[in-house]
Ligand binder design. Structure first.
Ligand SMILES: *Cc1c(COP(=O)(O)O)cnc(C)c1O
Length: 391
């Protein structure tokens, strides 16, 4: 297999080197407060053996990947939900089972391997939480130095997790956008690789592995897949995986992808409906999908349009209820951003064919943010002194 970068806007080709991030030509037209323009994507050329592993379709050779078991996340068959909804072929792909408990490990894994291949030890990024703790954990396994710029409102567990893994963490007195700009400035001064989402094309490429696994696990592509959306990199990665398999003749068509956002953080949904990106300050209980300007918005939007995708929004109340109902009916405890995908399925299930193979992707473990999860349950207030009191 041969790999190169291709600009998703102007189609220019570039070699895969650490110096190439966004397209140097298109980025000259980058406007402030707009999604990234000139996002690069990996283009592959070649043929695939009958039995394939995800490494066959990745642009870095297997020997460079650190010794930490990323991916191969389990595909759940939730009997109780299948019964109550009538969707007999509903599956949940649980990416909270990754080593650092979120989907972000798929991207960090490939970025870490590329850094090793290029002989680079320093990796820097800005993150609202999961990408940072993920890069820190994968970097720990690889022996790499991770520098993380974290906005002040990141959940405590994600900060603690990154520090546990030994990352250098700079807490930014401001939001994600400020952290993002600072991390780029830091990389310009210090060198090394920047893993900012979408800015580093390998973040999207690493995320495609979920689609490859799904096709291996199901023996086919799903009919419909639900995924929560913040910056739109997971969404684009999912499309990329299915597009690669279609190009290689392994599946017939790209499935329908439904992107789910919070009502109060719905930048991609608004652009999907109106055609243009507008910047409105956001807030949602699902911190991992709380994004003002979706970094990969342009690329994500064009794929949604091209492959007949859909966008839906759900309220914070629906997210919190979906989280608790998923936990109590399946044993799968996912963070609010993961539960948003399930809430999206519940919201539009009546418009789907219940014979379809439907996959809901849960992207992070519920323990990442126990404060939000506590909103959906009742914590007993009174302490008891004897069993008699409760009999
Ligand atoms: C990052 C993240 C998302 C959203 O991914 P984007 O690429 O930003 O759209 C969803 N869920 C979890 C748990 C995440 O960490």
């Amino acid at each position: 297999m041969e790999f190169s970068y291709r600009c998703t806007v102007c189609n220019a080709s570039y070699d895969i080197t650490p110096n190439h991030t966004v397209c140097p030509v298109c980025t000259k037209h980058q406007q402030k407060d707009q999604p990234l323009t000139g996002v690069l994507e990996v283009e592959l050329k070649g043929t695939l053996d009958k039995e394939f592993t995800v490494f066959d379709l990745l642009p870095v050779e297997p020997e460079y990947f650190p010794p930490i078991p990323v991916g191969n996340s389990p595909l759940w068959e939730p009997e109780n939900i299948r019964r109550t909804t009538g969707f007999k072929r509903l599956f949940i792909k649980d990416d909270g089972s990754n080593p650092t408990s979120s989907f972000k490990d798929r991207a960090s894994f490939l970025v870490s391997a590329a850094a090793k291949k290029f002989g680079i030890k320093d990796i820097t990024l800005a993150s609202t939480g999961n990408a940072g703790s993920s890069m820190a954990g994968i970097g720990a396994a690889a022996g790499q130095r991770i520098t993380l710029f974290l906005p002040e409102n990141a959940p405590a567990a994600k900060l603690v997790q990154a520090l546990q893994y030994g990352a250098t963490v700079h807490r930014v007195n401001g939001n994600y956008d400020m952290a993002y700009d600072m991390s780029l400035e830091f990389t310009r001064h210090k060198g090394g690789i920047n893993r900012n989402t979408a800015y580093n094309p390998l973040t999207i490429e690493g995320k495609k592995t979920v689609s490859l696994e799904l096709v291996n696990q199901l023996g086919r592509a799903p009919d419909v897949l639900f995924v929560s959306v913040g910056d739109g990199c997971i969404l684009s990665g999912i499309y990329k995986g299915f597009r690669d398999l279609k190009k290689l003749g392994r599946i017939d068509s790209v499935p329908k992808i439904v992107g789910v956002q919070a009502e109060t953080s719905d930048a991609l949904f608004r652009a999907f409906t109106s055609g243009k990106f507008t910047n409105i300050p956001t807030s949602t209980v699902a911190d991992s999908i709380c994004v003002d300007v979706p970094r990969n918005g342009v690329h994500a939007l064009s794929q949604l349009k091209q492959f007949n995708g859909e966008m839906v929004t759900v309220s914070d109340t629906e997210i919190i209820q979906a989280q608790a109902s998923l936990s109590s009916s399946t044993g799968l405890f996912t963070e609010p951003a993961g539960a948003a995908a399930f809430a999206g399925f519940q919201k539009i299930a009546s418009t789907l064919d219940s014979n379809d193979v439907v996959v809901v992707l849960t992207t992070g473990n519920g323990l990442k943010d126990s404060t939000s999860a506590a909103l959906g349950i009742q914590v007993p207030e009174n302490l008891i002194n004897s069993v008699e009191e409760i009999l």
